[in-house]
Ligand binder design. Structure first.
Ligand SMILES: Cc1cc2nc3c(=O)[nH]c(=O)nc-3n(C[C@H](O)[C@H](O)[C@H](O)COP(=O)(O)OP(=O)(O)OC[C@H]3O[C@@H](n4cnc5c(N)ncnc54)[C@H](O)[C@@H]3O)c2cc1C
Length: 354
């Protein structure tokens, strides 16, 4: 490293991570007039849709900073989304359909009483840029391709000296921060540095998101609209638990395949493998459709929570997946990330700073 003094940066608030948790925290702090910096190891915002169901309570927090309309503009909502459908394939026999996410007459009234907002299908790849744009326009600085390497405590100050690496130049420098927030996801370096412990359920399984393009709007009349198409083909690998999910009407989709950890069927395939296109054709129920597979994203379904979100005497806190990891059912992942950020930002407003 060159001269430390020359390379030092001083900030009140350093947020590690620019996913739903970190970007939202910066946005809500910025709304409260606070300034700081966000670093993220990734080179940009989420490049795949990942989490998508955005609940009314998370949307309320965006409403608070004037981003509700933006979010709705990038989302699918209403009839196109508010139901689950069980079927042999998209065009095959339909076994059942239920209204969901506030659409059932019984829950409509309850939801209207509980929140002015509604459920949206807002893929993470569309959510994150909205929030990052807001936070950076309000004075929070974002440094992507920048990895947290270590944190030292500065004695008698409560401040932290964070070593970070620019992943483009490989140059390391230091950031002195009064408060550090670890929004650095499920393998949190911040939590590791603090030595935080997690309570964990046995892993519920693994999943692979198959992102693909296929123009199939002509196969989807209104009666087939649904937020999740649960494909039931017990005689095929896609079996009981594969989900077909619309990303952008009507040509961008995800097939989420859930399977057990012992199953290595996805270990040797690439987006070009014929068996992947075959799976998609089976899920659609039409093998004449032109399909372009753009990504395979294996991910682990986790259920765990940190025993504590900070350590006594240190001004360092964790949030989002760094603090709690949820199985995707009920969409608690990115919704709780945004809500954690909102609660923390409200508290941060009261913190002493320079
Ligand atoms: C492939 C995939 C598919 C998914 N699909 C679904 C789904 O279908 N439904 C669902 O509900 N959830 C899904 N999830 C989970 C959902 O994406 C997470 O719950 C959510 O992203 C958590 O947000 P977060 O901000 O806490 O962390 P993340 O989104 O993981 O963001 C972490 C941030 O920290 C940064 N970072 C990490 N380490 C460092 C470091 N050392 N230094 C600096 N920066 C660092 C990263 O670059 C990133 O910016 C999926 C996740 C993945 C990976």
């Amino acid at each position: 490293m060159g001269s430390l003094a020359k390379d030092n940066i001083d900030v009140d608030f350093l947020v590690v991570g620019a996913g739903p948790a970190g970007a939202s925290l910066a946005a809500f702090m910025a709304q409260n007039g606070l300034k700081g910096m966000v670093i993220a190891r990734a080179s940009g915002t989420a490049d795949t849709p990942r989490a998508h169901v955005f609940n009314p309570f998370a949307l309320e927090t965006l409403r608070d900073i004037g981003l509700e309309k933006d979010a709705i503009g990038h989302a699918t909502h209403g009839e196109m989304f508010q139901s689950f459908r069980w079927a042999r394939s998209m065009v095959g026999e339909e076994y059942g359909k239920v209204q969901a996410w506030g659409a059932h007459p019984r829950s409509m009234g309850e939801l209207a009483r509980a929140s002015p907002c509604k459920y949206l299908d807002l893929p993470q790849s569309h959510l994150e840029p909205i929030i990052v744009r807001y936070a950076s326009s309000k004075g929070f600085q974002f440094r992507f391709s920048t990895q947290l390497v270590g944190i030292e405590e500065i004695p008698n100050s409560g401040d932290s000296l964070c070593t970070v690496r620019d992943l483009i130049s490989q140059h390391e420098y230091r950031i002195r921060a009064k408060y550090v927030f670890g929004a650095d996801g499920s393998r949190s370096k911040v939590a590791q540095i603090l030595g935080l412990k997690y309570l964990a359920e046995p892993r519920p399984g693994v999943a692979c998101n198959i992102l693909f393009k296929a123009d199939i709007g002509h196969l989807i009349p209104e009666e087939r609209y649904a937020g999740l198409h649960i494909i039931v083909q017990p005689d095929n690998f896609i079996g009981m638990a594969s989900l077909l999910r619309l990303i952008r009407p009507w040509n961008e989709w995800i097939l989420v395949c859930n399977f057990s950890e012992e199953d290595n069927r996805f270990s040797n395939v690439t987006p070009q493998s014929p068996e992947i296109v075959d799976l998609i054709h089976k899920a659609i129920g039409d093998d004449t459709v032109e399909v372009e597979v753009t990504r395979l994203d294996p991910w682990t379904v986790n259920e765990s929570v940190a025993e504590t979100y900070s350590v006594k005497g240190r001004n360092i806190f964790i949030l989002g997946d760094a603090a709690h990891r949820h199985p995707p059912a009920h969409a608690n992942g990115s919704n709780t990330c945004v809500q954690d950020a909102y609660n923390l930002a409200v508290s941060s407003h009261k913190l002493p700073r320079s």
